[in-house]
Design a binder for this molecule. Structure first.
Ligand code: BEZ
Ligand code: MG
Length: 582
């Protein structure tokens, strides 16, 4: 904005920008964030439950005969579909007011529910938005059940039973918003039936996400991406019943086919007439956990690639086939190498190690991180042309060739619980593959993440996601004060968010200068805060300051000289404290 601040905008342009800014503020405000760590055996606090219940009530649950509250309110106020209201709220003032009206009725209903119970909340909705009690009461019945389960916690008892070798009741593993049936916690989590992957629901939901991803690239680049590298994780595909897998299918333009036993064992091509766009080349990196949990799915993904590569279609409508042919003709690849698109670790191995290299500051050249990613992940899975199973064949050249053509990298985010700066795994995977693409394609790819749980299946660039995470968590007093309540461990969490943010500089150059500057101001230059950190956990405080200095030293942060001097001084005083000199 700053370079344009002197220009005068037309009124319409000004209004558009204000609306956009407002939309971003709502996004930060409504983001569900953890306000502390989970303490084993402790139920969540009442205040934490309010936001959670509002979010749970904002999704349709056809399997339970429960409608989403915002939809009920929107429809009964005569405003039509809530999705349409949301879609236009960032560009149309009238729609924005409608959105605010709906959201405020929903919030009031949740408050009334917590305060006076289901009957009172249903009356409020009936009175304020003409919502039939027959529609709203099932929603509140669900919320009542969830509330009760959130108040109880059997984790300690279950642990003791486990230690005594006794039976522990099984329960599904998922995100609480996606599937409230995970409650109560403290049960023996069971995962998934890989033959039901992707579920019908997951395949249906993935269409919008894959579509939005392609539309976003198209809007920014004037054409569809020819090849996308995507990351698939095991736990995520458990939680979503295979949404990531389904997105890969949509990008290639195939659908899962079930056999007589209702198992997903085949794929078929969606016709180009139906697809109305080219088939995208998809280079998949799967985690070791995914490989172990989803063997039939790994074979199915490879089958989809081989099917699409064999379709007799024009090259401009089938990028996958086009690239495979190019690899065979120009890169002198064997067909089985040219068609390899499902990559993981060698059998029995896990992870990329890119996170360790970054956190330990053990790299000097930019390309080292991408090369490490490929070294760890260049093992092809699927079947060969003779139908023999291939379980981790080293295929480094094939992976290099496939990555050379990649124009965008992408990972599906399907949870409100863990974001891209909470753990180092997002940057090791999505960042690692991005760096690998950058050196092989000799261009930085566009980098995207989805928010597949958001109502509008939103796609964000990596830079936007880093900003959002920083505003909603790292720099948000609600978040860091929640962490600081945990003392030593809380400071370590703050430090680890800063290091994970740094990971996005190292792998993808995706962190704005202001982020490091504000982190420095909030946690180091504020004397009272620094005092708290150094008292609670001087080790993490020292690492945090060191990480900021490293961000500057490696060229990720253009900081003021005086600010840097101050950081160096504080760093050495922390060092003295740790060495017992001070
Ligand atoms: C997985 O579920 O595949 C996964 C979990 C943690 C880190 C990386 C991958
Ligand atoms: Mg920068």
């Amino acid at each position: 904005m700053s370079s344009q601040s002197n220009k005068s905008f037309t009124e319409t342009e000004r209004d558009r920008r204000v609306l956009e800014l407002y939309d971003q503020l709502i996004e930060v405000e409504q983001r569900l964030i953890p306000t502390g760590l989970h303490v084993f055996g402790h139920p969540s606090e009442a205040a934490e439950r309010t936001d959670m219940l509002r979010l749970i009530a904002s999704f349709d649950r056809p399997e339970l005969g429960v409608r989403a509250l915002p939809d009920l309110v929107s429809e009964n106020l005569g405003l039509g579909s809530y999705d349409a209201v949301l879609k236009f709220a960032s560009s149309d003032q009238a729609r924005l007011s409608e959105r605010e009206r709906i959201d405020s009725v929903v919030s009031a209903a949740i408050k009334e529910f917590l305060h006076s119970g289901s009957g009172a909340a249903a009356s409020l909705l009936e009175h304020n938005a003409n919502v039939d009690r027959g529609d709203s009461l099932p929603v509140f019945a669900l919320l009542e059940e969830i509330s009760k389960q959130l108040e109880t916690n059997i984790e300690i008892e279950a642990l003791l039973r486990a230690l005594r070798g006794e039976f522990i009741e099984p329960g599904p593993g998922a995100d609480i918003v996606q599937n409230p049936a995970i409650l109560p916690t403290g049960r023996n989590t069971h995962a998934v039936n890989p033959y039901n992957i992707p579920s019908t629901m997951a395949f249906a939901r993935a269409e919008a996400v894959a579509g939005n991803l392609l539309e976003r690239y198209l809007a920014e680049n004037g054409r569809y991406p020819r090849a996308i590298a995507l990351v698939l994780w095991g736990l995520d595909n458990i939680k979503t019943q295979g949404e990531g897998v389904a997105q890969a299918f949509w990008l290639m333009g195939v659908r899962p086919v079930r056999d007589a036993l209702n198992r997903v064992t085949e794929v078929e091509a969606i016709s180009l007439e139906e697809l109305k766009r080219p088939r995208i080349d998809v280079v998949m990196t799967i985690s070791g956990i995914f490989r172990d949990l989803f063997s039939p799915t790994v074979l199915l993904l490879d089958k989809a690639v081989r099917l699409v590569a064999q379709l007799d279609e024009p090259p401009e409508m089938n990028y996958l086939r086009r690239h495979v042919m190019e690899q065979v003709r120009h890169d002198a690849c064997f067909y089985d190498d040219a068609v390899a698109r499902v990559f993981s670790n060698a059998p029995g191995n896990y992870g990329t190690n890119v996170n360790f290299m970054v956190i330990d500051s053990q790299w000097d050249r930019d390309q080292t991180l991408g090369d490490l990613f490929v070294t760890r992940k260049c093992f092809a899975y699927g079947r060969d042309s003779e139908g023999r199973s291939v379980e981790g064949r080293e295929a480094r050249v094939a992976m290099d060739q496939a990555l050379r053509r990649v124009e965008a990298t992408y990972q599906n985010i399907d949870t409100f619980e863990i974001g891209i700066t909470d753990v180092d795994h997002y940057f090791e995977y999505l960042g690692g593959i991005t760096k690998a693409v950058e050196t092989r394609a000799q261009a930085r790819p566009s980098i995207y993440l989805s928010d597949s749980l958001s109502r509008d299946a939103r796609i964000r660039s990596l830079e936007e996601t880093v900003r959002l995470e920083t505003r909603a968590k790292t720099l948000n007093p609600k978040w860091y004060e929640g962490m600081l309540k945990h003392g030593f461990r809380g400071v370590a969490e703050i430090e680890s968010h800063v290091s994970n943010t740094f990971g996005w500089s190292a792998t993808a150059d995706a962190v704005d200068d202001w982020i490091y500057t504000e982190v420095a101001k909030t946690f180091v230059l504020d004397e009272a805060m620094l005092e708290r950190l150094r008292t609670l956990n001087p080790h993490s405080a020292h690492s945090l300051v060191g990480r900021l200095l490293e961000a500057h030293g490696r060229g990720y942060w253009g900081a003021d000289v005086s600010l840097l001097d101050k950081l160096r001084e504080i760093s050495s005083s922390l060092e003295d404290q740790l060495e017992g000199v001070a």
